[in-house]
Design a protein around this ligand. Sequence first.
Ligand code: SF4
Length: 441
Amino acid sequence: MSKGKVYFYTLGCRVNQYETDAARELFISAGYEIVSDHQDADICIVNTCTVTGEADRKSRQHLRGLARLNPDAVIVAMGCASEMADGTVDADIVLGTRDKKELVNRVEAFLAQRNALTHKSSHSRPELTKTDVYHDFGTVVSPEGSRAFLKIQDGCNHFCTYCIIPFARGRVASRPRESIKEEVEQLAAAGFREVIVSGIEVCSYGADRGEGIEAFLGVLNDAADVPGIERIRLGSLEPSSLTEDFIEGIGRIRQMCPHFHLSLQSGSDTVLKRMNRKYDTALYMEKTELLRKQFPTMKLTTDIICGFPGETQEEFDETYEFVRKCGIDKVHVFPYSVRQGTRAASMKQVDGVAKKERTERLRKLSDEQEALYARKQLGKTHEVLVEQYLDYGDGSRYGTGYTREYVKAFFKVEGDEPEVGSIVEVEALEPYSLCLICKLI
Ligand code: SF4
């Protein structure tokens, strides 16, 4: 019999999702049941996000909403927004980013004492542990389709002026290499062919132990040595951390996917300076050239913040031109949003209309670049990791998945269906929006 029913709601980034998956495992091993409807739950857990003021507001809104809709449940706040919250958080239990492993114990201790409580109230933020030690959950299976996320580190040492993450998650804390390897082995044994190596700032892996980027390369080589792992995809990379040796090192890894997300944030050197980024556009360009030398067919993606405080029209135009000049194939465009507690929050803000207009222009350019990249794949052979099958009204059935370069591909099935999670060879026949229509080879 289950000890209770637990509902999770996750906001924010993929690292948060990974940690929710880890927390879910903790509850399952302790004898609880996971439910997808908050109304069935005895315990409601919100894994909060604080990356922008808006994310913070939504996190609080979810906590309040759950407490109202399910007044008998234990409400738990965990993650970045609860770490940063001053004063009160509307939850029975508040955990920050560094004590999530305590989750089940804290819930059980609370339940044991609950009879003594007369009513639910706002609880003050507890004293949070400030040590930056990697809190290892052990092996976590955190799938996204047929692929699995692999978290290798937490925290960041960079202190970009718009970002609250180093305050919310602390300094770099790296997961032990053995623990990472064990997780990759378990993922391979569970049938995953692709791992996505992620963290808050993966290039800093090992920095807390005084190691350089070769420690990150070591982790990637370990993963490549695990039988069954056919693809290794990297999460967001910091241009300033990449060295020629590292790029050559990943070039020797057969399973490395030629898809790199190299964080840019702005293509204007003056804006990069105000952001306290540790590179300029010349260095960014140099790193992309080194990557292209090793991975000539690579897809290059990035993040850009539009309307960062003080961004002039000229600075935005520099960004726009740089995206083109550098051959960036896809841009995740974020209009700047104030996050109180950061240095950028007190800088002169850009007018909302200009911000919107710049965001739209850049998104349009990104779509054009991405469509162009998809068209360049026509006539070529690709490996696709099968994610699912879809039936269409005309009776046809298509398999879908991603190529190694991370282009979504559709292929028609007429005979036997390759298994979901397997890798198939296809030929790209025609573009379909930003995707490819292919045929099985
Ligand atoms: S590198 Fe900058 S933007 Fe990224 S997490 Fe660190 S401080 Fe935030």
